[in-house]
Ligand binder design. Sequence first.
Ligand code: AMP
Ligand code: ZN
Length: 466
Amino acid sequence: MSLRFHNTLTQQTQEFQPLEGNLVRMYTCGPTVYDYAHIGNFRTFVFYDILRRWLRLSGYKLDHVMNITDVDDKIIRNATKLGQSLKEYTDTYTKAFLDDCATLRLERPERLARATEHIPQMAAAIKQLEDDGFTYRSDGSIYFRIAKFPEYGKLSHNDFSGIVAGARVDVDEYDKNDARDFALWKAPKPGEFNWDTEIGVGRPGWHIECSVMAVQYLGATLDLHAGGVDLVFPHHENEIAQSEALTGKQFARYWVHSEFLLVDGQKMSKSLGNFYTLRDLFAKGFTPESLRYLLASVPYRKGLNFTFDGLTSSKTAIERLRTFKHRIDSAKLAPGTNDTVAGQAAAAIHQFREAMDDDLNTAEALGAVFEFLREANTSLDAGGFLEGNRAGAQELMNRFEAVFEVLVPAEQAGALPPEEIETLIAARTAAKKGRDFAKADAIRNELLEKGVILEDTKEGVRWKRK
Ligand code: AMP
Ligand code: ZN
């Protein structure tokens, strides 16, 4: 069976096919950079990463845009309080976010798009919506008139036809019981950051950035749009209204939403104060791989209850996988191929793919890997795992790693490989022989900077990592 996703728009699990050939145009809603992201946010970003990887491993090319929301009420308030420019303030948290993504081994989208770098485009889009009669002005702000878009509610499956026309909302986040005309452009407030544009002075509401940047980079119709489930209403509903009013075309064909990371049954969030950042977890001695594994191991449409026991179990699972990988890579094996073991490896590879194709069922994919691990360990212990079985087992582990990427410890990932270290040591020894001590010292320092310490002994040069 081929790749299927649960589509929030149709409320069905559907076979995935991009519109054009094997190119997937996708958009995901990114962070609001007003503070460090918490691991609840990273559940959603890890989901984007798994989605990206599986699409790529399924043979698709990706054009993936993710926005960085670097203007909103909280950002403006905090930057003003600190006497910083918006850019100064948001650069700190954008960098922290990208560093955290790298630490969790999240693939970079093809494009990151900052809201503040698209203000004129947003103003132009709002102007067009005005010209086409989708908006009205009130007290210096511009609102989208949802009554002009009869399909409003089609993503969140709500019937908003009875709501009071002309009731407005100025905040960006609100409940579906509070469906109102929403702000596309907000009136300037004295002493705050504003932009002077063709539609006047002010600043954009939150929703318009995603419509504008998605259509600018990916065209009127996206293959796939993803986000956390809290974005279905109002954010994604509003994105659809704006984009489809602008282009007259379907905005996104597949809408895919991930469930929350929970703490004691409640959403992990800044406002509840029940959150941890990556920094908090590392300070407690947990590794990035343990968190990545935990967040990836539960299928994205299931709530995931965060506990430290869960993180510890992830650590144990990773250790088992690493030990197994080491065993199949280095075991001395008798010649030949055991057909039973070969069949088990082939079945596990097949089940892994089937599970991932089934709406990214990571739990079942892991189940297939662990079942094989148990079978193969039993065969290895009994001498029934032969040289001809090595490649099949390695193939399964490679496929696992291409999605989950937790086998190489963080302290070794990105480190200088041993061959390069040996080459540099040989060059240093040659330099010393030629009495070029400056060069020899320079090589020693270069290695030190890359975390490798040299020790000159009677038996020659030994090295170790810091
Ligand atoms: P924000 O930075 O608040 O705009 O949120 C960034 C992303 O994190 C959004 O896609 C949210 O849906 C997602 N998010 C926020 N809290 C959680 C949570 N507890 N679990 C999963 N995703 C979350
Ligand atoms: Zn968005």
